[in-house]
Design a protein around this ligand. Structure first.
Ligand code: C2E
Ligand code: MG
Ligand code: MG
Length: 397
């Protein structure tokens, strides 16, 4: 909700307390009793809510927008959780401040506002109509419009997460992960905009930029100590079906200078849906790109594709990392995947290693390549360079 005009915004700033949140700091949690609302002065706030048991990002709010306003009207519990997406400054609007204004307002206006807010709360809480379709549609269209110009406006960034070799104690390569630095919403994660990019077809120009930029970044790391490394980029189904992909991959393979220095990551889902995608994958391989099967274990885990398509490695989905240290079925499954890959002559990359215990359990299974927060979080290229100069300090165990 936008604050109506500059005069009232000015007023509130004078009367309210300023609050500064650090990135990731929680302002309030779904279900909390709420007394106050807030206007964002600078920064961005993610609104997350559990709907039908699923924790989802439902909105991203920027400067001039208000949050927590339902609590001002009826004092009911918070309908969502608010988390600062970056350093965020807020002006607090207290219940008392609103009560004061409501008591002086035209009774018809105050009734209208109260009714509208009650109606809104019912809509939010009603699991059948989680959010009015029109609101969702408008937000999507707005975001899509903004995303369309993001490449030209240079709002996209590539961040890099190392893929480490536990045997050699080296950084074998990096996975390139796209981020969108939105002027108002702050840093938007791919989980929040890649689905929109896929649905709208914008993933094709975005993906082309990612491949070009990833290849260029790899070359920039070539003066760093250590063996030649690879760059792994994610490609989605829409990209595999697009006619320009092969030319982009050919250009990137040429940029990185040697075959198998550029890897393409894709999930099985995209291959199962489209024979054309399977052909494109084979053609990329012929051009000299390596192939990683991403998020293995979460989809069909089809043995047929493992056999038919020339994958270099399986990336075991990070949801399995947590099961690594338990001696249950999850552990046995990872052990079996590592064995299966070895038999087929494919490598394995374990995603999402967060603890030394997970790393040791993976190593005990014969695992060699992995990535995860234990070693490094995705970060801009400067941090990747820094990491390569001090990789001896990584927790090799
Ligand atoms: P993915 O390819 O499976 O990427 C791995 C995700 O796991 C990344 O999330 C990464 O930050 C996260 N991760 C890494 N280590 C850990 C860990 O130790 N613990 C946990 N919990 N998570 C970890 P991110 O960057 O948010 O990317 C999410 C997904 O978005 C990616 O999943 C990928 O499918 C998609 N994506 C990212 N960049 C691109 C892109 O350039 N193009 C396309 N098509 N998709 C992309
Ligand atoms: Mg990936
Ligand atoms: Mg993955």
């Amino acid at each position: 909700m936008y604050w109506p005009d500059a005069a009232s915004r000015h007023n509130v700033r004078h009367m309210s307390q300023r609050i500064v949140l650090a990135p990731g700091e929680v302002l309030f949690t779904q279900g909390d009793e709420g007394q106050d609302a807030y206007i964002i002065v600078s920064g961005a706030v993610h609104i997350k809510a559990v709907r039908r048991g699923v924790d989802a990002l439902v909105n991203v709010l920027g400067p001039g927008e208000m949050l927590g306003e339902l609590a001002l009207i009826d004092g009911g519990p918070r309908t969502a959780t608010a988390i600062a997406a970056e350093r965020t400054e807020l002006a607090q609007v207290t219940n008392a401040q609103i009560a004061e204004r409501m008591s002086r307002a035209d009774p018809v206006l105050s009734l209208l506002l109260t009714q509208a807010m009650r109606h809104f709360r019912r809509e939010i809480q009603d699991p059948v109509h989680e959010r009015p379709a029109s609101v969702v549609a408008i937000e999507r269209m707005r975001l899509e419009g903004e995303l369309a110009g993001a490449v030209e406006r240079r709002e996209l960034e590539l961040w890099y997460q190392p893929i480490v070799d536990l045997d050699a104690c080296t950084v074998a390569g990096f996975e390139a992960l796209v981020r969108w630095r939105h002027p108002d919403r702050g840093l938007v994660s791919p989980a929040d905009f890649i689905p929109l990019a896929e649905a709208s077809g914008l993933i094709v120009p975005i993906g082309e930029w990612v491949i070009d930029e990833g290849a260029r970044a790899l070359c920039e790391l070539d003066d760093m100590p250590g063996e030649p490394r690879f760059m792994s980029v994610n490609v989605s189904g829409r990209q595999l079906d697009s006619p320009g992909l092969l030319e982009t991959v050919r250009r990137a393979v040429r940029t990185v200078g040697a075959p198998n220095r550029l890897h393409l990551e894709m999930t099985e889902g995209v291959l199962i849906q489209s024979p054309a995608a399977r052909d494109a994958v084979r053609a990329c391989k012929e051009l000299g790109a390596g192939l990683f099967l991403d998020d293995f274990g979460t989809g069909y885990s089809s043995l047929a594709y493992l056999n038919q398509l020339p994958f270099d490695a399986l990336k075991i989905d990070h949801s399995f990392a947590r099961k690594m240290e338990e001696m249950g079925d999850g552990h046995k499954l990872i052990l079996a995947i590592v064995g299966l890959a070895a038999t087929l002559g494919r490598a394995v990359v374990m995603e999402g290693i967060e603890t030394a215990g997970q790393r040791d359990a993976y190593r005990a299974m014969g695992g060699r390549l992995c990535q995860g927060y234990l070693f490094a979080r995705p970060a801009p290229l400067a941090a990747a360079r820094e990491l390569l100069t001090s990789s001896h300090r990584l927790p090799w165990g």
